[in-house]
Design a protein around this ligand. Structure first.
Ligand code: BGC
Ligand code: ZN
Length: 367
């Protein structure tokens, strides 16, 4: 099938700004490829970083100077190549972000753990993304949405897959200390999530779903955040100074930082309990905090673990969709309420350059 021209949001990596443009027509380019009509794309901090011109690791596809933005997408299959199994027109799909290079991890489906940075990421580095009316992809990089009733909340699958991965690593990496409580539950285990944006909310929800007691902090609050915290049983604290001082003196078994702010991370590490884990997911730039010897001693003496994590593999996307189905039933309306703004491609440039207090997730409707 030939498409005359299709609209897309493009950036010049390294430069500030984005523009809605017509891009070349594309047609199915192989028996394993799929033509997808984009329904929704999400906007995340990575996109805002690219549009600001400040994100250092973004670059265009080989031989091009611009890049189609967008890595959080939900689309509908329009046409499939003759060798495509398990997908048919009308199916909802989520495209994967990261595509493998040649290292051992990449060759075995674990490009999220790439050993030599020889991968590309749609809409971020070296590969066009999904902020376009249509895109063509290989079927192996498309995750079918099994529950068609999910509709637009399935656009949260891509960010959630990162969180599913961190939760999986946390549950697999332990010191040998008993993790559960004397009754077999996790109710005596306190988890702290710093930052209650889209990522922080999803982290808090996954730990809460597994029975942990969860506290989250954020620099400001608003009715939507408060309602999400209340409905999911998460304690929400205001960290007005945005330095982690609000939780100083409390102790946690697990901490997930989504802020990337050094002072928050250091205050977090100081708040770890024995056998605690500090999981780093957020990144930032500009500020510095000294690491003092007491912190090193504390990490050693308390058997603490600190690890960072990025991206996720196919199973994490599949599990993310399962969580979304479950949460739709468990917490009616909560995921919907995270989508605080839905815009058109024509009006998306605003959402790509600024975030207001009270905003959680912005999405673009391409339909
Ligand atoms: C995406 C990840 C990606 C990362 C790159 C995130 O927004 O969800 O898949 O690896 O950006 O830093
Ligand atoms: Zn993202």
């Amino acid at each position: 099938m030939e498409l005359s021209s299709t609209k897309a949001i493009k950036v010049k990596p390294g430069e500030k700004g984005a523009a809605l443009a017509d891009i070349e027509k594309e047609s199915l380019n192989g028996s394993g490829s799929v033509l997808v009509k984009t329904d929704y794309t999400g906007i995340c901090g990575t996109d805002v970083g690219i549009v600001s011109g400040k994100l250092t690791f973004t670059y265009p596809p080989k031989g091009k100077s611009d890049l189609v933005l967008g890595h959080e997408a939900l689309g509908t299959v329009e046409e499939v190549g003759s060798n495509v199994k398990g997908l048919e027109p009308g199916d909802y799909v989520i495209p994967m972000v990261r595509r493998p290079g040649g290292c051992l991890q990449c060759r075995t489906g674990r490009q999220d753990l790439c050993e030599d940075a020889d991968f590309v990421e749609a809409g971020i580095r070296g590969k066009d993304g999904f902020m376009s009316e249509y895109f063509i992809d290989e079927s192996r990089y498309l995750i079918k949405v099994p529950d068609k009733s999910l509709s637009r909340i399935a656009v949260l699958t891509e960010p959630l897959k990162n969180i599913v991965k961190v939760y999986r690593i946390y549950r697999h990496s332990n010191t040998g200390a008993l993790e559960h409580c004397s009754d077999g539950s996790f109710e005596c285990r306190n988890v702290l999530v710093t930052g209650f944006g889209p990522i922080g909310i999803l982290f808090a929800m996954i730990f809460r779903t597994h029975g942990f007691m969860v506290t989250a902090t954020n620099g400001h609050t608003d009715p939507v955040r408060e309602s999400i915290a209340k409905k999911t049983g998460i304690e929400l604290l205001m960290d007005e100074k945005r330095d982690g001082s609000v939780f100083t003196g409390k102790k946690f078994n697990a901490i997930i930082d989504t802020t990337g702010v050094p002072s928050v991370v250091i205050n977090g590490i100081k708040s770890l309990n024995h056998n605690g884990s500090m999981m780093l997911f957020g990144t930032s730039s500009g500020t510095a905090t000294a690491l003092d010897a007491d912190i090193i001693t504390m990490l050693v003496e308390k058997n603490c673990t600190v690890f960072g994590s990025v991206d996720g593999f196919k199973q994490d996307y599949i599990m993310a969709l399962r969580y979304i189905s479950m949460w739709k039933e468990m917490y009616p309306g909560v995921l919907e309420s995270m989508i605080t703004s839905e815009t058109t491609p024509e009006h998306a440039l605003n959402s790509l350059s600024s975030k207001q207090h009270g905003d959680i997730k912005h999405i673009i409707n391409w339909k």
